[in-house]
Ligand binder design. Structure first.
Ligand SMILES: CC(=O)SCCNC(=O)CCNC(=O)[C@H](O)C(C)(C)COP(=O)(O)OP(=O)(O)OC[C@H]1O[C@@H](n2cnc3c(N)ncnc32)[C@H](O)[C@@H]1OP(=O)(O)O
Ligand SMILES: O=CC(=O)O
Ligand SMILES: [Mg+2]
Length: 727
C-alpha cells in the first residue's frame, strides 16, 4: 500500500509512518522539509543511478562482442588491454595522491583486528555481533576444532576435563608467546599481583617475574594484591585475564585464571546487502528498525536457548584502573559499520509520481544515515555510543569503477546536506569486488579521498564478476582451480599496494575477505594469518568465535609495522589481473569431473536458495559435497550460478545434464533440511516449488543477469512466495 506523501512521489505508508514516528522525532529535522529534501534527492540522483547501470550494460556488451570476435585466437593481453582502454573500461589512473579522511575512530585508523559481518535482519545475531568486541578464548578453543576432537578430547554433553586442560595449555602457550614473562612461564604462575606500576607473576617456590615487556601491562580490576582482572595490551589489542578462584575453571587453575577475554571483533559490518533477504517494505523496515535499535542502544532479543529464555542486549563499556590509578574505559562493543545495498535494485519504499521505484541504494543511504545521526548527538559519557569521532561508516558494495564511486560520494554529500551534517561525516568503505573497480582502484580511491574509511577485497563477488565479465571468452576452470590462478593473487596484492600508496594506514582500513567455512576453525587458524601477513589491517570473519580466534593473528603480526616494509616490494601487475582463469584450449575434463563440479555447485545453490526464497533467510551454512558447511550468501550464489551458466555457454555441460543433477541434489538438500522448521521439500514436486524454479532461473538465465547478479531473480521469486502466503 502506498500513500502520496508529497506532490511528486509516493511513499510506502508503513515506511512513512516508521520514519515519522520512530526516527524523525529523535532528530531536530522538520518532517516536511525532510520529505521534500528526500524527494528532491531521489529525483536528482535516480537518473544518474540509471545511467551508470546503462554504462555497465554497454561495456558488458562490448566485452562480449570482443571475445566473440576473437574466439579461438591466442589471447593477446596487450591488445585486450588497449581495447579496455578504448571503451572506457580501463581508465587513466592519474597522479599520485594520498587520502585526506579525517575524524575516523581508532578502530578504523590505528587498531588492526578482525571485522565481523552479520545480517542486520537477525536481531539475535546482530546483538551478538555488536557485543563480539570481547570474546572468551577458552570458549573459542573448547567449542571448535582448534582443539582436535579426537580420542579423549572430544567434547561431550558434560564438561570434558581433558579437553579443558588442552584449552588452558593452548591459551597459556599463547600468553608465553605474546606476553612472555621475563623469567618462567605463565603455565607455572600461582598468582598475579600488581606491585607499584608493574605486573608480577608469582611462582609456587616464592620467586617472582615481571613481563618481558612491562608496558604490555595496562590495568586491573579489584585489589592490587588480589586482582579480579588483569588487562594486557599488544599491537593495540587488549586481553583480559579474568581471575576468580571460585569460578568453574579458576578453582582448578593454579593462578585462578577463570578465562581469557580477547578483544575480538574490533569492527562489525551490519549488513543490509548480501546476507539478508529484504525484498519489500516490510523486510526493509524490519532491517532499518534493527539498525535504529543498535544505534539507540536499546535493541534486545529474547529467545530460547539451552532450555531457558535468554534476553540479549548491548553490552556496556568496560572499566579498569590504570597503572597510575586512572580510570580506563574500553569500548564494550564493536565499532559498527553499515553495509548499504549497491546501485542495481529498486524497491517499493519510494516511487516517483509515475510509480517508478527509487533505487534502493539511495533510500538506504538516506535512511541508514538518518538513523545513525542519532549516535552523533550522544555525549562522551553515554553508555552506548558507536563513533566517538563523529563519523557514520557506510560500506558501499558492488560499485563498478570511479564514476560509480563518485556517484556514491555525491549521494553521501547530498545526504549530509539533507540531514544538516558536517561535510564528510559519512565515510565510505569501498568494496573492491567488481573487476572494473579493481583495475581502476587508484582512480576509485581518488574519488573518495576525503571520506574513504576502507578498501576491502570482496573476493567472492569479485570471482562472480570475473566469470560474468568474461562469459564469452571461453570455459572457466573448475571453481577450486580459479582460486589458484594468477589473477586472484595479483588482485589481492594490487589492492594492498594501492592502499599503501594512497596513504591508507592510519586513516582507513585495508581489508581482506570472508572466511567462508564457519566450522573449520583449525584450518582458519592456519591460513587466515596470511591476511595480516599480506598487509591487511582487518579481514572478515563469519562469527564472533571466528573473530576471537582470528584476533590471535593480529597479536602475532604487527600489521602497521609490516605495512611500512611492504611499501618497498615490487608491485602487482595489471596484466596478471587481466589474465582470465580459463581452461586451456586443449584441456578436457572427464564426465566424472564435470558431474562432481555440477553437483557441488548445484547443492550449494539449492541449499541456499530454498532457504532464501521459502524462509527469507539471506545467509546460510550449507554443506558442500564433502559435508563441509559453507557460508553461502548472494555472492557465493553469484559464483556458482555464473559458473554453470558459463559451462552451459561453452558446452562443458548441457541443459538436460544440469536438470538431472538439480533433481538429484534437490533430494539431498531436502534431506539436509529434514528438521528445518517450515521447510518445503523440492524434490517431490520441483515444478511446484518456487525455490526450485528460482534456482533453475539463476542457472539457465544466468548469462543474461546484469553483471551476473542474483538479486533480481531472488527478489522476484521471494515476492511470489510472500504473495502466495498472503492469499
Ligand atoms: C561475501 C559476503 O558478502 S560475506 C558477508 C555476508 N556473510 C555474513 O554476514 C556471514 C554471517 N554469518 C552468519 O550468518 C552465520 O554465521 C552462518 C549463517 C554462516 C552460520 O549460522 P549458523 O549455522 O546459525 O551458526 P551456528 O549454529 O554455528 O552458530 C550460531 C550461533 O553463533 C552466533 N553467530 C553466528 N554467526 C554470527 C554472526 N555473524 N554474528 C553474530 N553472531 C553470530 C549466533 O548468534 C548463534 O549464537 P546464539 O545461539 O548465542 O545466538
Ligand atoms: O562482499 C564480499 C565478497 O566477497 O563479495
Ligand atoms: Mg560482496
Amino acid at each position: 500500500m502506498t500513500m502520496p506523501a508529497q506532490q511528486n512521489s509516493q511513499i510506502h505508508q508503513g515506511f512513512y509512518r516508521f520514519i515519522n514516528e520512530e526516527v524523525l522525532p529523535a532528530t531536530e529535522l522538520n518532517p516536511v522539509t525532510f520529505w521534500q529534501g528526500f524527494e528532491q534527492l531521489v529525483d536528482d540522483l535516480s537518473p544518474v543511478n540509471q545511467s551508470l547501470l546503462d554504462t555497465r550494460e554497454r561495456l558488458q556488451q562490448q566485452i562480449d562482442h570482443y571475445h566473440n570476435q576473437h574466439q579461438g585466437e591466442r589471447f593477446d593481453t596487450a591488445h585486450y588491454q588497449k581495447f579496455l582502454q578504448d571503451i572506457g573500461y580501463l581508465r587513466d589512473q592519474g597522479d599520485d595522491f594520498t587520502i585526506e579522511t579525517s575524524n575516523v575512530d581508532d578502530e578504523i585508523a590505528t587498531i588492526a583486528g578482525p571485522q565481523l559481518v552479520v545480517p542486520i535482519a537477525n536481531e539475535r545475531f546482530a546483538l551478538n555481533a555488536a557485543n563480539a568486541r570481547w570474546g572468551s578464548l577458552y570458549d573459542a578453543f573448547y567449542g571448535t576444532d582448534v582443539i582436535p576432537r579426537v580420542n579423549g578430547l572430544k567434547p561431550g554433553k558434560r564438561f570434558n576435563e581433558a579437553r579443558g586442560n588442552a584449552v588452558i595449555k593452548q591459551a597459556k602457550d599463547f600468553l608465553d608467546r605474546v606476553f612472555p614473562l621475563e623469567q618462567g612461564s605463565h603455565h607455572n604462575v600461582s598468582a598475579y599481583v600488581v606491585y607499584y606500576k608493574h605486573l608480577l607473576a608469582c611462582f609456587p617456590d616464592g620467586s617472582q617475574s615481571g613481563l618481558h615487556t612491562p608496558c604490555q601491562f595496562a590495568g586491573l580490576t579489584g585489589h592490587k594484591e588480589e586482582p579480579t582482572a588483569i588487562l594486557l595490551q599488544n599491537n593495540g589489542l587488549h586481553i583480559e585475564l579474568t581471575i576468580n578462584r571460585k569460578g568453574a575453571i579458576g578453582q582448578h587453575d593454579l593462578a585462578g585464571i577463570n578465562d581469557i577475554l580477547m578483544e575480538s571483533a574490533v569492527t562489525t559490518i551490519m549488513d543490509f546487502e548480501d546476507s539478508v533477504a529484504t525484498v519489500d517494505a516490510e523486510d526493509k523496515i524490519h532491517a532499518y528498525r534493527n539498525w535504529l535499535g543498535l544505534i539507540r542502544g536499546d535493541l534486545h532479543a529474547s529467545f530460547q536457548k539451552g532450555g531457558s529464555t535468554q534476553l540479549r542486549q548491548m553490552h556496556k563499556d568496560r572499566f579498569y584502573t590504570g597503572k597510575n590509578g586512572e580510570e580506563i574505559r574500553l569500548h564494550g562493543r564493536s565499532l559498527l559499520l553499515c553495509r548499504n545495498v549497491g546501485l542495481l535494485m529498486t524497491n517499493e519504499l519510494v516511487a516517483n509520481k509515475h510509480g517508478l521505484q527509487a533505487p534502493e541504494g539511495i533510500v538506504d543511504a538516506v535512511v541508514t544515515c538518518l538513523i545513525a545521526m542519532q549516535d552523533l548527538q550522544k555525549q562522551d559519557n553515554d553508555s552506548i555510543r558507536n563513533s566517538r569521532s563523529g563519523s557514520i561508516y557506510i560500506v558501499k558494495p558492488k560499485m563498478h569503477g570511479p564514476d560509480e564511486v563518485a556517484f556514491s560520494c555525491n549521494l553521501f554529500e547530498r545526504v549530509e546536506q539533507l540531514l544538516g551534517l558536517p561535510e564528510n561525516t559519512i565515510k565510505i568503505g569501498i568494496m573492491d569486488e567488481e573487476r572494473r573497480t579493481t583495475v581502476n582502484l587508484k582512480a576509485c580511491i581518488r574519488e573518495a579521498k576525503q571520506r574513504l574509511c576502507f578498501i576491502n577485497t570482496g573476493f567472492l563477488d569479485r570471482t562472480g564478476d570475473e566469470i560474468h565479465t568474461s562469459m564469452q571468452a571461453g570455459a572457466f576452470l573448475p571453481k577450486g582451480a580459479i582460486k589458484e590462478q594468477v589473477w586472484i593473487k595479483a588482485y589481492e596484492n594490487w589492492n594492498v599496494d594501492i592502499g599503501l600508496a594512497c596513504g591508507l594506514p592510519g586513516k582507513a582500513q585495508i581489508g581482506k575477505g570472508m572466511w567462508a567455512m564457519p566450522d573449520e576453525m583449525a584450518q582458519m587458524m592456519k591460513t587466515k594469518i596470511d591476511h595480516p601477513r599480506a598487509g591487511a589491517n582487518t579481514a572478515w570473519v563469519p562469527s564472533p568465535t571466528a573473530a576471537t580466534l582470528h584476533a590471535l593473528h593480529y597479536h602475532d603480526v604487527d600489521v602497521f609495522d609490516l605495512q611500512q616494509s611492504l611499501q618497498q616490494r615490487s608491485k602487482a601487475k595489471l596484466a596478471d589481473i587481466l589474465t582470465i582463469p580459463l581452461m586451456a584450449a586443449d584441456q578436457t575434463l572427464s564426465h566424472e569431473d564435470v558431474e562432481r563440479e555440477l553437483e557441488n555447485n548445484i547443492q550449494g545453490i539449492l541449499g541456499y536458495v530454498v532457504r532464501w526464497i521459502d524462509l527469507g533467510i539471506g545467509c546460510s551454512k550449507v554443506p558442500d559435497i564433502n559435508h563441509v558447511g559453507l557460508m553461502e550468501d548472494r555472492a557465493t550464489l553469484r559464483i556458482s550460478s555464473q559458473h554453470i551458466a558459463n559451462w552451459l555457454e561453452h558446452g562443458i555441460c548441457n541443459d538436460a545434464q544440469v536438470q538431472k543433477v538439480m533433481l538429484r541434489m534437490a533430494a539431498i538438500v531436502d534431506e539436509q533440511n529434514a528438521t528445518t522448521e517450515n521447510y518445503q521439500p523440492m524434490a517431490t514436486a520441483p515444478d511446484k516449488s518456487i525455490a526450485f524454479q528460482a534456482a533453475r532461473a539463476l542457472i539457465f538465465e544466468g548469462k543474461h543477469q546484469p553483471s551476473g547478479y542474483t538479486e533480481p531473480l531472488l527478489h522476484h521469486y521471494r515476492l511470489l512466495v510472500k504473495q502466495q502466503a498472503r492469499q
